[in-house]
Design a protein around this ligand. Structure first.
Ligand code: HEC
Ligand code: HEC
Ligand code: HEC
Ligand code: HEC
Ligand code: HEC
Length: 482
């Protein structure tokens, strides 16, 4: 039998059995979704910027899904027809011949072959584009917009606003990719059936080790040297008296003296510090294990918490990495006082408006029923305050007052999401010790080893305090900053 005859023999049953409503529907569905998908791809190429999240969902996930469904209908129809014919005893022993001499038949076969090749190409491209789309910031941040709104908003106002969500949350490599897609599927169900937690819980349980995410861009070896930190806050008096902290943070890193300072002592080449936490947010850390350069491990147990063996066994065991200090590198939510201080020192809220610091913090701490109500009421409150109490300022410096009101409302909108139950202080920041325990989860002076060593809480281990809450720190004049 030559090739031609063999092909004919194989195609005869398909051609015969393929003439059933299911297979034909499959062919129509496949062809029409293929054409629509391709048209959208062109549209997307010429579109400036990423597509609207719902269009993306349609073009990159739903249409290709229907396309594959259509493809599956084709063999399904053939199989069903064959089965029903066989059951009723009507399956022909010899299928009607295909007469390749007939132009109609020949053209049909050519068409089917070409369509199959094209379909394979479309499936390959669609899978690739679907995956790329699911990794895009638009998909992660905007598709389920209420759910991701808090994280996405904070992200857009952070130093990482141009880093893709997946660079931190998934990282490179196939294993984590599959793992994240499986957990993504669960999340899609949670969103569809509204069973997700509000707020979205943090820490992220299965966040990939920072070595494989953060360290793709930041090399810990690179940080050496101290960091000069100037932080101004304001009193609640009429003059909004400024109080400035100036400190030299001993960030450290790798130096000729070995690994020193904040970075160096926690992260060297090996996993230096392990700990056990006993609450879901990792805020209570009763036991810490430190391995020194010689490989000796010291156990520090909190004499305040006095954990039982059972508590320690049940707790979460973790190797310390970047995220244990930098847990808010991009989803940085503020507290009202800090946010107002920051806006005032940047001049977005003028410190020259009497009592502005007190008033701003006060209106931010009120509970409002919804975000749009809050925005309106905050602006109104600030404006009314000056109209009533300082009419002259309101007359002469109206735009400054309005700007302040707008900025206070923006602070609210960046931080509070009632739908997701994200309010002030829901996500503590572990980098420091002033607003939440942070470094003091371990450096509280109570974590003691069997031989009496203590994880230091000496103020000068981490920073030199050059000025604390001074109105006009002399050190700033000395270094030429004032
Ligand atoms: C610079 C790295 C980085 C980028 C970029 C990033 N994240 Fe995160 N994300 C984190 C870290 C770190 C946490 C907290 C992890 C922890 O504490 O275990 C987190 C936590 C979260 C959480 C849990 C809730 C919370 O606030 O802790 C959500 C949801 C989230 N991220 C969504 C996103 C989305 C959506 C994007 C993109 C718009 C994104 N992330 C981009 C690092 C990042
Ligand atoms: C894809 C690259 C990339 C990844 C991944 C990444 N970062 Fe960054 N990060 C940057 C860039 C770029 C900047 C500098 C932004 C700037 O200077 O405005 C930055 C800035 C920072 C800063 C300084 C912020 C500041 O206030 O100036 C910290 C801290 C930081 N990253 C921590 C992290 C941590 C922790 C992770 C992992 C959870 C991480 N980064 C992951 C690119 C990355
Ligand atoms: C023990 C806590 C701790 C750990 C662990 C830690 N950092 Fe830091 N890091 C700090 C502190 C504190 C600062 C200075 C704080 C500030 O800028 O306000 C800092 C500063 C930085 C900066 C900004 C440096 C600059 O000059 O502005 C980057 C970037 C950074 N860290 C990245 C990382 C990365 C990446 C890792 C993991 C490899 C890491 N850090 C691990 C505490 C830590
Ligand atoms: C999980 C526990 C833990 C957390 C959280 C933690 N540290 Fe540490 N830190 C340690 C341990 C353990 C040591 C080593 C103790 C020793 O040297 O005896 C250490 C050592 C240090 C040292 C060196 C002290 C010295 O005398 O040389 C500095 C500086 C430091 N930490 C700063 C910080 C800062 C800043 C933060 C918060 C951003 C922080 N640490 C958060 C556990 C922790
Ligand atoms: C384990 C390290 C560590 C120890 C010990 C420590 N601090 Fe700090 N402290 C920090 C870090 C890190 C920051 C910076 C946080 C940031 O980036 O905003 C900070 C910030 C501060 C600030 C500035 C706050 C601001 O935002 O203006 C003051 C004031 C301060 N510390 C006082 C103290 C005093 C007083 C002690 C001693 C009782 C002390 N600290 C002990 C790590 C430490």
């Amino acid at each position: 039998m030559n090739l031609r005859e063999r092909i004919r023999e194989r195609t005869q049953p398909i051609y015969f059995l393929g003439q059933n409503p299911i297979t034909l529907t499959g062919a129509v569905v496949t062809t029409s979704t293929a054409l629509t998908t391709i048209a959208f791809w062109f549209y997307d190429i010429f579109l400036p910027g990423p597509p609207h999240p719902y269009i993306g969902l349609l073009v990159f996930l739903i249409l290709p899904g229907i396309f594959v469904l259509g493809l599956l209908l084709i063999p399904l129809g053939i199989w069903l027809r064959r089965r029903s014919l066989r059951e009723s005893g009507e399956l022909p022993a010899v299928f009607p011949a295909i007469d390749l001499a007939l132009p109609v038949v020949r053209r049909t076969l050519e068409y089917v072959t070409a369509a199959t090749v094209l379909n394979l190409l479309i499936i390959a491209t669609a899978s690739y584009r679907g995956v790329a789309y699911m990794d895009s910031t638009t998909f992660c941040g905007k598709t389920c917009h209420t759910v991701m709104d808090p994280e996405y908003t904070a992200y857009q106002n952070s130093p990482h606003a141009h880093v893709d969500c997946v660079a931190c949350h998934i990282g490179p490599g196939a294993g984590w990719f599959v793992r994240s897609k499986l957990s993504g599927l669960r999340q899609v169900f949670a969103v569809t059936f509204h069973t997700y937690s509000r707020p979205v819980p943090s820490p992220v349980k299965y966040l990939r080790p920072a070595r494989e995410t953060c360290e793709q861009c930041h090399w810990p070896q690179r940080f050496t040297g101290d960091k000069f930190l100037v932080n101004t806050s304001y009193k609640d008096d009429e003059k909004n008296t400024p109080q400035t902290d100036v400190l030299l943070l001993k960030v450290g890193g790798r130096t000729w003296q070995g690994s020193v300072g904040i970075h160096g002592r926690h992260l060297a080449d090996m996993a230096r510090i392990r700990y056990i936490s006993t609450d879901p947010e990792r805020q209570t850390i009763p036991a810490v294990y430190y391995t020194d350069d010689k490989g000796k491990t010291t156990e520090f147990i909190s004499t305040d918490a006095k954990p039982t063996k059972e508590q320690l066994d049940k707790g979460e065991h973790r190797v310390m990495d970047c995220v244990d200090c930098h847990n808010r590198p991009t989803h940085a939510f503020d507290l009202p006082d800090n946010a107002v201080d920051k806006a005032m020192s940047l001049g977005r809220i003028s410190p020259e408006l009497p009592y502005i610091r007190k008033k701003a913090v006060e209106v931010l701490k009120v509970e409002y029923p919804a975000r749009d109500v809050a925005e309106h009421r905050i602006k109104e409150e600030i404006n009314n305050f000056y109209r009533t109490n300082y009419p002259q300022i309101y007359e002469t410096r109206r735009t400054v007052v309005e700007q302040a009101g707008d900025e206070v409302a923006r602070i609210y909108l960046r931080n509070i999401f009632p739908d997701m139950r994200v309010t002030w202080g829901v996500h503590p920041n572990n980098l420091g010790h002033n607003d939440s325990p942070g470094c003091f989860r371990c450096h509280d002076g109570s974590h003691t080893s069997a031989d009496g060593q203590i994880i230091t809480n000496d103020c000068s281990a981490c920073h030199s305090l050059l000025a604390v809450q001074e109105e006009n720190p002399k050190v700033l004049t000395d270094v030429g900053m004032k």
